[in-house]
Structures are given as structure tokens and as C-alpha cells.
Write a protein that binds this ligand. Structure first.
Ligand SMILES: NC(=O)c1ccc[n+]([C@@H]2O[C@H](COP(=O)([O-])OP(=O)(O)OC[C@H]3O[C@@H](n4cnc5c(N)ncnc54)[C@H](OP(=O)(O)O)[C@@H]3O)[C@@H](O)[C@H]2O)c1
Length: 336
């Protein structure tokens, strides 16, 4: 019998800085019932991966583990009872961890066949970020055409996806970013207005910038993956009956909210944890992906893959996210 070929993967033995992630061989996984074995071609890096590696995320796998939530590749084999995909299909998938590997097993319910013309890097970049953006805008905020949407961290993975998804929904988009380079990317992705967070007295000047863009009524919706001071400033820029979707805290501080302002402006504060939809409502997630794929084919959304790194250059990829240098997404490429 031929010897099994080891699978190269990035492995975390102990939580800590990104230097704790090491390239290792892992056993070739086998798909069980309702599961699919994928030859991974690309896995995207998401900010939450750093929290998982660091040990500060809400869901932590037992150690040692392979990080990574977003992948695209080719179905190598299917387990018993699989009906949604077949061997040879080009798929993308979202999982809790395990994507930073040459092969990985995922539940079939979390796989979607990619549209023709979409590269593996784009497929991997399209998963978590675009699902988060879509669920934040549609499922949680009920975004309607003609509304105004403020997106913070608008050149990041979730942020840039939210800019594109909001435009696809017919909204007017105000993109909040921290540099001229990030402003240019947000504009190219369709933002109608750009406001800057790298300004003195953010609390006052942020609202002034937003009002200059959309008028004193303020914005209808805020999609906030940043938290901290940017959230505090955004709370003052939202209009009467506005909705704020709390997506993340990339800035590091979980904001504490002045509920008086929430009351007098009839604001709705709405949470989102998209992985719950992945696990509780996988069919809905696949329907949302089908809509995103249709928009991709119509040219309405397109993942901005800033850089591709081979697996052995994973530290450079992770450092780009850690150091706030990413515009759009960085992707680990096993084979493109
Ligand atoms: N709720 C969910 O289901 C869900 C799903 C996915 C991600 N998330 C969360 O959403 C957030 C964004 O994730 P992402 O993958 O889009 O991250 P990302 O690509 O790294 O983007 C994060 C953005 O946050 C801004 N930022 C402000 N302070 C920062 C800091 N100290 N370090 C890094 N970035 C900072 C940056 O924009 P500027 O430089 O322009 O300020 C950056 O572009 C994270 O908190 C993540 O955990 C939540």
C-alpha cells in the first residue's frame, strides 16, 4: 500500500504572538458522514484568526490546532450521505478553524460551489468578510435602497466588503478610514464619501465630516468592525431611528455605551456574530452566498486581494493584518 502523503499545515501548539504559528506536517484527514475533504488552494487571513492564535477569541479550539476560517479549493472526496457537492467541484467553505492547511475536512452544509471565473484566492477572500457584511446590512440592519450607511474600518476585510454590499443594495456609503491610501481603495470600491479617523478631536470632527457628507440628519446605519473611539464618534454621527451594527473591536477597546443618547435618538444597537448563522442556519448562509456570487458575476462586488503569500511566508501575511497594513484581504496560497 502506498505511504500516506503528509499534509502541510500551520499549527499552533501554545497561544501567543504570530511567531507561535509553525509550518508542520499533520495526518491526512478523512471525511466522515456529511463531511467533505477539500484540497485547499487558498485560505484568507481574517482579523479573528489573530485573536484565536493569541488565545483571546470567544471560541478557542483545543491545542494543538490549525487556525483559519475561510478557504477555497477542490473537493477531493466526500463522506457518506453527502449530496450538496461532489469530487472535483471548485468550492469555498467557512469553518471555525483548520483552513491554514493543504487539506481539510468541512461539513458539506458549509460548502458552496464557486462561480466560473472566480479564483481560489477570491473565493477564500469572499467568505467570512462578505458574509459578515451582508448579514450586518441585510439581516441585522434591514438596509434599504436610498439609505445612508457609514462603514468604519472601510478599507479592511469586512469594511471593504460592507462598502461594496451596501452599494449593491442601493445605499449611499460613507467610508471611514485612517489614511489617504485606504481612502483611495474605499473610493475605488464605490464609497460615495470618505471621512477620516486619523484626525485631532475625533469625537467632534468625525461627526462634522459625516454631516458634511450626508447632511445634519446623520446616517441611517453604521456598520462598525472597529469599536473604541471610532464607535464612540460614530454614535454621535447616527441619525434619528438609526441602527448601529456592532461587528468587532479591531481597535482593541470594547466601547461602553451612553444609553441616554440611544434613548433620545431612538437608536437601535444590534449585535452580529456571523459564525452563529453558519452553524445554526447554514442553508440561509448558502442563499446569501448565492446572492453574493450573482453580484460578483454582475461586477457589483469583487474581493480586493492585496497580496498572496505561500504557506511558508505565513508570518508576513499575519503581520500585515496585525500591523493594520491590509487593504481588502491577504490570502495564503497553497496552489492557485
Ligand atoms: N461579528 C462577526 O461575525 C465578525 C466576523 C468577522 C470579523 N469580525 C471582526 O471585525 C473586525 C474586522 O475584521 P477584519 O477581518 O475586517 O479586519 P481587518 O481587515 O484587519 O480590518 C480592520 C480595520 O480596523 C481598523 N483598525 C482600527 N484600529 C485598528 C488596530 N489597532 N488594529 C487593526 N485594525 C484597526 C483598520 O482600519 P483603519 O486603519 O482605516 O482604521 C482596519 O482596516 C475584527 O474585530 C474582527 O474580529 C467580526
Amino acid at each position: 500500500m502506498a505511504a500516506e502523503k503528509p499534509v502541510r499545515a500551520l499549527v499552533v501548539k501554545e497561544h501567543g504572538p504570530i511567531e507561535n504559528v509553525a509550518l508542520s506536517d499533520i495526518p491526512d484527514p478523512r471525511p466522515g458522514r456529511a463531511a467533505v475533504l477539500i484540497d485547499v488552494r487558498a485560505a484568507s487571513v481574517n482579523f479573528p484568526d489573530l485573536l484565536v492564535i493569541g488565545g483571546t477569541y470567544q471560541n478557542l479550539p483545543p491545542r494543538p490546532f490549525v487556525p483559519g476560517k475561510d478557504l477555497a479549493g477542490v473537493v477531493a472526496a466526500v463522506g457518506e450521505g453527502v449530496t450538496l457537492v461532489k469530487a472535483g467541484d471548485r468550492v469555498m467553505a467557512q469553518i471555525e478553524h483548520g483552513a491554514y492547511a493543504e487539506r481539510c475536512v468541512v461539513p458539506e452544509q458549509n460548502c458552496s460551489v464557486m462561480p466560473a471565473g472566480m479564483s481560489y484566492a477570491e473565493g477564500a477572500a469572499m467568505g467570512l468578510a462578505y458574509l459578515t457584511a451582508h448579514f450586518a446590512l441585510v439581516e441585522r440592519a434591514g438596509c434599504r435602497a436610498g439609505e445612508t450607511v457609514l462603514v468604519t474600518g472601510a478599507a479592511g476585510g469586512v469594511g471593504l466588503a460592507a462598502v461594496q454590499v451596501a452599494k449593491a443594495l442601493g445605499a449611499t456609503v460613507v467610508a471611514a478610514v485612517s489614511s489617504a491610501e485606504k481612502a483611495a481603495v474605499a473610493k475605488t470600491s464605490g464609497a460615495d464619501h470618505v471621512v477620516r479617523t486619523d484626525v485631532p478631536d475625533l469625537r467632534e470632527t468625525f461627526r462634522t465630516q459625516v454631516f458634511d457628507a450626508v447632511g445634519k440628519r446623520g446616517v441611517d446605519i453604521v456598520i462598525d468592525p472597529v469599536g473604541g473611539n471610532v464607535f464612540d464618534a460614530s454614535l454621535r454621527a447616527v441619525g434619528w431611528c438609526g441602527r448601529i451594527v456592532i461587528v468587532g473591536f479591531a481597535e482593541g477597546r470594547v466601547p461602553e455605551i451612553k444609553t441616554g443618547l440611544v434613548l433620545v435618538k431612538n437608536i437601535a444597537l444590534i449585535g452580529l456574530q456571523v459564525s452563529d448563522y453558519r452553524d445554526r442556519e447554514p442553508a440561509k448562509v448558502r442563499r446569501v452566498l448565492a446572492e453574493l456570487f450573482a453580484w460578483y458575476q454582475q461586477g457589483k462586488v469583487k474581493p480586493h486581494v492585496m497580496a498572496r503569500f505561500p504557506l511558508h511566508e505565513h508570518r508576513a501575511a499575519l503581520a500585515a493584518v496585525r500591523d493594520r497594513r491590509v487593504v481588502g484581504k491577504v490570502v495564503l496560497v497553497m496552489r492557485d
